[in-house]
Design a protein around this ligand. Structure first.
Ligand code: GLA
Length: 382
């Protein structure tokens, strides 16, 4: 089959469209770009709409690199948007929940907002009690990323880049970050993160989508069936900082080795669940080193049949059940998002790793390349 590729550049609302057309398929993929509003200081912000050959669609903004919507089919082929988000850039400017965002320079918490490297103490802003959370006051989720639509290979791809300057939010080193999103024709949203630095630093990048596989705004996620490939998790103290222990999940409400409803044990009278207000914990993934992506978690939504598998090269995943959502912030299409109406599976190195010598290292040195991959793969079960 002869495949023709056309690159057409327009001006106006749709600035650029990349079409891959075979003529023989029901639908050819496309990526389009449109305005998504402005930052408070007047910088324009864009929304990229990636549509694959099967009609699944990911909308991603260069404000915070956030996934704004993700439309995937149910067992009858019906599309629904399975992530929480906002209709305009303003929502993301004001957001405190990290909806869909790229999180960095350090995803999750750093205890007492400080760490040491080579004998020097680095002090970060305290934006979560005494701790630093998700990169600080102005993390990567509040940055305007430089965007580039890439040529079609495995699907529709978008590259975001950002220079986090030496000293930004207290972190050492100019960090050059690149994130490539690909919506594949097999309904996977693949995220490839890369970074280099000119001074020794710490890096832990993640993506903070809030999923509801029945569709955003459709109620709680307590009936979703979850499996996490983890024999251990990292228990936390009252400030949600890991104590350093790797605790067996066996015999605890953290045992998701067999598919279990998220809500089956969430309100049990158990110390760790109480501290998290539900699940808000890092799981130690059962994976072999250096073999590329491994399956981290699988979630099934029984009423629609939608399935999400998370595959990653990372050693951990933060399972968070939206315990801080309060239904006050207006979301997409005017819906609100009450407590536990979404879950996050944030692939990562363990929280507070810079202060935990026994955890896998998050140090990046000049000359090295940070490189991690996470795929959110969607399918259906009958
Ligand atoms: C992560 C944290 C949670 C919470 C959310 C954002 O999942 O672990 O405690 O801060 O981000 O609201």
């Amino acid at each position: 089959m002869i495949r023709m590729m056309m690159l057409t550049i327009f001006s106006g609302a749709v600035l650029m469209t990349i079409l891959g057309a075979t003529g023989a398929t029901p639908q050819s993929g496309s990526t389009t770009k449109k305005s998504f509003g402005k930052t408070p200081d007047g910088q324009p912000v864009d929304l990229f709409v990636l549509t694959n050959r099967g009609g699944a669609e990911a909308s991603i903004t260069n404000y915070g690199g956030a996934v704004v919507s993700l439309k995937v089919p149910d067992r009858n082929g019906k599309l629904a948007d399975v992530v929480l988000g906002y209709d305009t850039a303003d929502g993301y400017v004001n957001d405190k929940s990290y909806f869909g965002a790229l999180v960095g320079r350090y995803g999750n918490r750093i205890g007492h907002a400080q760490f040491m490297l080579d004998g020097k103490t680095y002090t970060l802003a305290k934006n979560n009690g005494e701790n630093s959370l998700h990169g600080g006051i102005k993390g990567f989720n509040k940055a305007v990323w430089t965007a580039k639509i890439l040529p079609i290979k495995d699907g529709q791809s978008l590259e975001f880049s950002y220079l986090s300057k030496d000293g930004e939010e207290g972190f050492p080193g100019n960090l050059r970050v690149t994130v490539i999103y690909t919506l594949t024709d097999t309904n996977s949203l693949k995220i490839v993160y890369s970074a280099t630095t000119d001074k020794k630093t710490v890096v832990n990048l993640t993506s903070h989508s809030y999923f509801n596989l029945a569709g955003q705004g459709s109620g709680d996620i307590l009936g979703h069936q979850l499996m996490i490939q983890a024999d251990k998790f990292t228990p936390v103290d009252a400030a949600l900082i890991p104590t350093g222990e790797l605790r067996d999940v066996a015999g605890t409400p953290f045992d998701f080795r067999k598919p279990t409803a998220i809500g089956a044990r969430i309100d049990q009278d158990e110390e760790q669940l109480k501290l998290g207000g539900g699940y808000d914990h890092n799981f130690v993934l059962r994976r072999s080193a250096d073999i590329g992506e491994s399956l981290a978690a699988r979630v099934v939504e029984p009423t629609t049949g939608r399935v999400l598998e998370v595959w990653t090269t990372e050693p951990g995943v933060q399972f968070y059940t939206g315990n801080f959502l309060d239904g006050k912030t207006p979301g997409k299409g005017g819906v609100t998002y009450p407590r536990r109406t979404a879950f996050c599976l944030e692939t990562q190195h363990y929280p507070d790793s810079p202060n935990q010598p026994k955890f896998p290292s998050v140090v990046l040195k000049p000359g090295e390349r940070y490189h991690t991959i996470t795929s959110y793969k969607f399918s259906v079960e009958k």
